[in-house]
Design a protein around this ligand. Structure first.
Ligand code: PLP
Ligand code: COI
Length: 341
């Protein structure tokens, strides 16, 4: 299969329309079989549930070309499972996770020409999503839905690749206790847009959200979980019911323990103790692990000892091991890497 003529090494994190997408419709209580189509446009009622009451959820995943030329994806069953949980919380029908994985694999295969080559620094980002499509005017769930999967080749999420980021402690809240922070709903991202535009205007790369109830504990950023390293080399990630259960973060905790022999714990992390950590990173599908060099808390600077020029040593080992597993140069735990082709 001939690859598309794309300058892979210089891709940013943006949308490039690829040739094929998967579409399945839910009507009268059942999903149809779904099709692969070239039509990238969605035509829905002006009163569709998604347009009026933001009934939409999504996932984010990647496909990789391995060192030996296979195309693979990473733990798609966990994305399928998380999408089932997101659907249940927003009163949407579940798109079963086995069908989800099948649809993702079909869409990657159809867009094989857009899967960036091994070593290019780019990957194929996969965006499964679902939305309420029929007219809804009283506040209630839609009765018809569309599930779609598209792909787009991407480079690094943060400009500058692995250069450490400067972030700020944010005065806006991302998620309420008992709210929707733990699911991947579009509404969580809509409410973060003002905060991220404001952060960028003030010269910061991202926001550190705190827990909304006490504003003393670290939650996550707009699109990634936190991972900290203590001065004695222990990995610590924040535990909270209102953050997204990142598949990257869960994988990194296992990598830390089983591949690197490190202690790793998921626990509440207080903002007060962040100054004592040696390293900090943002982890997620898009972010992979992006190192944080500085956290600014209302004028007070917390400078991580790992500095502003490169990743800290433990973050680097985690990064190299995870990407090695994804690209097929390091043996993966059973079931983590799923072959597409
Ligand atoms: N947190 C938020 C708010 C996200 O949007 C994402 C991205 O999916 C993550 C964390 C990371 O999750 P994952 O590692 O499953 O991509
Ligand atoms: C991802 O990492 O897949 C995300 O969804 C984060 C962001 C692009 C919303």
């Amino acid at each position: 299969m001939e690859k598309k003529n794309i300058d892979w090494a210089n891709l940013g994190f943006g949308y490039i329309q690829t040739d094929y997408r998967f579409v399945s419709n839910y009507k009268n209580g059942a999903w149809d079989d779904g099709i692969i189509t070239e039509d990238a446009n969605v035509v829905i009622s002006e009163c569709a549930g998604v347009l009026q009451y933001a009934q939409t959820i999504f996932e984010g995943m990647k496909a990789y070309t391995t060192a030996d030329g296979r195309i693979v994806t990473f733990r798609p069953d966990l994305n399928g499972e998380r999408m089932e949980q997101s659907a249940a919380r927003l009163e949407m029908p579940v798109f079963p996770k086995d069908k989800f994985v099948e649809a993702v694999i079909k869409t990657i295969k159809a867009n094989e020409a857009y899967v960036p080559p091994y070593g290019s620094g780019a990957t194929l980002y996969i965006r499964p999503y679902m939305f309420g499509s029929n007219p809804v005017i009283g506040v209630k769930p839609a009765s018809e839905y569309q599930f779609r999967v598209f792909t787009t080749p991407v480079g690094p999420y943060f400009k500058g690749g692995v250069k450490p980021l400067t972030i700020r402690v944010c005065d806006f809240d991302r998620a309420a206790p008992n709210g929707t922070g733990h699911i991947k709903a579009g509404l969580n991202y809509a409410m973060s847009l003002h905060a991220i535009v404001d952060a960028h205007n003030q010269g910061y790369d991202e926001n550190m959200y705190l827990d909304a109830a006490t504003r003393t504990k670290v939650e996550e950023t707009g699109g990634a979980n936190f991972l900290f390293v203590t001065k004695d080399g222990k990995v610590v990630t924040p535990k909270s019911n209102s953050i997204l259960p990142s598949i990257t973060r869960r994988s990194l905790v296992q990598v830390a323990k089983e591949y690197l022999g490190l202690e790793a714990e998921e626990r509440e992390v207080y903002l007060d103790e962040v100054k004592d950590f040696a390293e900090c990173g943002l982890c997620g599908t898009a972010a992979v692990i992006s190192p944080v060099g500085k956290i600014v808390d209302h004028g007070k600077e917390i400078c991580l000892p790992s500095g502003m020029t490169e990743m800290g040593p433990v973050t680097k080992k985690l990064y190299d091991t995870l990407t090695g597993i994804q690209m097929g140069t390091i043996k993966a735990p059973e079931g983590w890497v799923v072959e597409v082709k």
